[in-house]
Design a protein around this ligand. Structure first.
Ligand SMILES: Cc1cc2nc3c(=O)[nH]c(=O)nc-3n(C[C@H](O)[C@H](O)[C@H](O)COP(=O)(O)O)c2cc1C
Length: 211
C-alpha cells in the first residue's frame, strides 16, 4: 500500500512538472511565422488628390507581391493597432514649404502621444518608406521624403527606397499638371520593393525566433 501511494505521488509530481513546462512554453510571445501574410500600411495626407493618387499606385506595387495585404488610409484615420500590426509602413505627403505637411508630422507625433510607441520601440525592425508630391520641380520633395525617413530611423525602423533615391515622387503643377505614367510607375516600384524587403525581414525573424 505504501509503495502504491509513493508511486502515485511520483506520477503526480511528474505530471505537475510536465504541465508547468507546457504552460511556460505556451506563454512565450509568439514569433512571426514566415507563412503568415504580410501587412503593409500605406498612409498619406492629400488635399487636392495628387498624393492620394500616388498612394494607390504604391498600394498596387505592394499587392503585386503574393501574400501581401495593403491597408490604405489617410494619416488621420490610422489607429495604434493598425500601425503596430503592420509589417511595413509607407508614408506619403504633399510638400508644404519644402517639408512634410503638418498633418503628416502630427501623425508621427501621435505615435508617441496617442499610441505610446516608446519606450518599447514598437516600430523597431518594421520596414519604412516615403513618397511625396510637390507643385514645383525642385522645391522640397527630397527634403519631405528625408524628414519622413528621419522619423522612421528615429524609431529604429529599416528604411528602404525605390522609384527615386529617397522614395517615389511627382511634380504636380507646371507644364504637365497631375501625375504622369513615369511617376505612377515609380510609386508602384516603391510599393513592390517595400513588400519584397518586408518579406525578407519577416522570414528572417521567423527563422531566428526574433520578434
Ligand atoms: C501650404 C502649401 C505649401 C506648399 N509648398 C510647396 C513647396 O514648398 N514646394 C512645392 O513644390 N510645392 C508646394 N506646394 C504644392 C503642393 O505640394 C502640391 O500641390 C501637392 O501636389 C499637393 O498635394 P495633394 O494634391 O495631395 O494635396 C504647397 C501647397 C500648399 C497648399
Amino acid at each position: 500500500m505504501k509503495v502504491l501511494r509513493g508511486s502515485i505521488l511520483w506520477v503526480a509530481l511528474f505530471a505537475l512538472v510536465w504541465w508547468c513546462g507546457c504552460v511556460q512554453v505556451s506563454a512565450q510571445p509568439s514569433s512571426p511565422q514566415a507563412n503568415d501574410g504580410l501587412q503593409v500600411l500605406v498612409t498619406y495626407h492629400s488635399l487636392s488628390g495628387h498624393t492620394a493618387e500616388m498612394a494607390k499606385s504604391v498600394q498596387k506595387g505592394a499587392e503585386s507581391i503574393p501574400g501581401t495585404t495593403v491597408l490604405l488610409k489617410t494619416v488621420g484615420q490610422v489607429t495604434a493597432d493598425e500601425l503596430f500590426g503592420s509589417d511595413a509602413v509607407i508614408v506619403g505627403s504633399p510638400v508644404y514649404w519644402s517639408n512634410m505637411s503638418g498633418e503628416v508630422k502630427s501623425f508621427f507625433d501621435r505615435w508617441q502621444f496617442e499610441f505610446g510607441v516608446f519606450p518599447e520601440w514598437k516600430m523597431q525592425n518594421k520596414v519604412g518608406a516615403a513618397f511625396a508630391t510637390g507643385g514645383q520641380v525642385s522645391s522640397g520633395k527630397e527634403v519631405t521624403m528625408l524628414t519622413i525617413l528621419a522619423a522612421m530611423l528615429g524609431n529604429k525602423m529599416i528604411v528602404v527606397s525605390d522609384g527615386g533615391a529617397f522614395g517615389a515622387s511627382a511634380t504636380t503643377e507646371g507644364d504637365s499638371p497631375g501625375i504622369n505614367d513615369v511617376e505612377r510607375s515609380s510609386a508602384r516600384a516603391l510599393g513592390k520593393r517595400v513588400a519584397e524587403v518586408a518579406w525578407m525581414v519577416k522570414k528572417g525573424q521567423a527563422l531566428s525566433g526574433q520578434p
